[in-house]
Design a protein. Sequence first.
Length: 77
Amino acid sequence: MATASKHSTAPASYEVALQELEQLVARLESGDMPLEQLLTQYQRGAELLKFCRDRLEAVENQVKVLDLGTLKTWTPE
């Protein structure tokens, strides 16, 4: 299954992850997936959701730092 290796990697960016997640949700909602593939795709969706949440949290933390007037270099985790 060639797409399995694609899905086991981290997305390049928040936007890429969000786009993949939106496409995945559409496929899951279509109901046209075999049960085994459904589980695999659901797991990938959970990974993408965590990735997006982590990126949003990192940006939120940086905004808090900027709001406090403390400028320091931001490094994404």
